[in-house]
Design a protein around this ligand. Structure first.
Ligand SMILES: *Cc1c(COP(=O)(O)O)cnc(C)c1O
Length: 393
């Protein structure tokens, strides 16, 4: 029988069934119920930051953050180009314009280019950052903590402070990642900027099927986000609405799954560290692939592992490697296509994109599910090396 090694699948080894059954038996399955409150409280305790609201998805979390940020039609928002498109689409939901920014070697936003763009291409007018060429107000920057790595928040917060930019952290891939040293020691990804977005989609480090959470600067903002996410109903008894609301609230069924998954998160992260360590050993000094490191002075959740492959040494494209491995039962994936090259965004402003292009052609994500054993990792690494070496020129 041939062996199948998945890329990243959910792991339900804890109280998932118990809590979901409980939610069903109590009859609370929709957007009200005790599991939603529990999940919010437990997430808050885990990250030492209780200003958060649970919602339907990471995408909804980002949209709610932009709404609370006051991003409006005609505004600009700085975003990364090397990311999942859901990090950028909410900018367009608000009929605002993205400005695409490059990454550095961490695959997260390049803080130097961000600073350079603000300094060279914009001006500060009172407490507003204005883009010189278009005259538009740049209200925020969305920073993605790619694959569980931490973006350089020290530099980014510094620049954002100097140029009056609100910071929305897309921590959808980085639940559990935190600084261990420096200015933000002890602070978790998503709790440093003005807003943080989390996702509990099926492939994330913990899952509620689909789900998310938004972190905000003040309890008042969280209350308003919760209000917007539940159709903006103003009166407890009558249907009175003074604002446009959304159906973005998490359900109790999702939250029941989430409470169980969160109990397992520390164990999942330990497993990720162990698996990453094994790959690290196996790809040490390997000519055709380098396992990318996570930022120092940070405890990362090590959600996804990235192998940088020197494609110039191969006689094929990344797709050949991926489909070849697929046939061998090893699931891998290419990093995302750059967002500024995607059809809906080709007209948008992109600032000196270099490294994102480089990495987008060379990164292969390799199996990282928490169910994998060290033997699975050895097996997968062997198959990956075979697939690459077969194409070496
Ligand atoms: C998963 C993800 C999202 C969206 O989260 P959903 O819960 O799937 O809506 C947004 N940004 C990034 C970087 C992601 O990886």
């Amino acid at each position: 029988m041939s062996r199948f090694i998945p890329l990243s699948i959910p792991n339900f080894a804890g109280n998932e069934k118990k809590y979901i059954t409980d939610a069903i038996e109590q009859g609370w399955v929709s957007t009200g119920g005790a599991y939603i409150t529990s999940l919010e409280q437990n997430l808050g305790r885990y990250m030492n930051c209780h200003r958060l609201a649970a919602c339907q998805s990471g995408t909804a979390a980002l949209h709610l953050a932009l709404l609370e940020c006051g991003v409006m039609p005609g505004d600009m928002v700085i975003v990364p180009t090397l990311t999942f498109i859901a990090a950028v689409n909410p900018v367009r939901y608000q009929f605002a314009e993205p400005v695409f920014m490059d990454c550095d070697d961490s695959l997260c936003m390049d803080p130097m280019k961000l600073e350079e763009f603000c300094r060279e291409e914009c001006r500060v007018d009172g407490d507003k950052l204005i883009h010189n060429q278009s005259g538009k107000h740049i209200k925020a920057v969305i920073v993605v903590h790619v694959f569980g790595n931490m973006a350089d928040m020290e530099s980014i917060m510094d620049t954002a402070g100097r140029y009056s930019l609100k910071v929305v952290e897309d921590a959808t891939e980085a639940l559990g990642t935190r600084y261990t040293e420096g200015k933000y020691a002890g602070r978790y990804a998503g709790t440093i900027g003005d807003f943080g977005a989390y996702s509990f989609n099926g492939n994330k480090i913990i899952t509620t099927g689909g789900g998310g959470a938004v972190m905000a600067k003040s309890e008042q903002m969280v209350e308003h986000i919760r209000f917007l996410s539940t159709q903006a109903k103003t009166d407890p008894h009558y249907y009175v609405h003074d604002e446009i609301g959304y159906n973005y609230r998490m359900t109790n069924l999702q939250a029941a799954l989430g409470v169980a998954q969160l109990e397992e998160l520390p164990g999942f992260i330990e497993t990720k560290h162990r698996l990453y360590g094994k790959y690290k050993e196996l790809f040490e000094n390997y000519e055709y692939g380098k396992l990318l490191a996570f930022r120092e002075r940070v405890y990362s959740n090590k959600w996804f592992f990235s192998l940088e492959i020197p494609m110039e040494k191969l006689a094929c494209g990344m797709r050949t490697i991926i489909t070849g491995l697929e046939a061998e039962g090893i699931q891998t994936r290419a990093v995302w296509g750059l967002i500024h090259e995607q059809k809906p965004y080709r007209e948008a402003l992109a600032y000196k994109i270099e490294k994102a292009k480089f990495y987008s052609e060379r990164i292969l994500n390799i199996p990282c599910s928490t169910q994998l054993t060290e033997d699975d990792v050895c097996y997968a690494a062997g198959k990956i090396k075979d697939a690459i070496e077969k194409m070496a020129v």
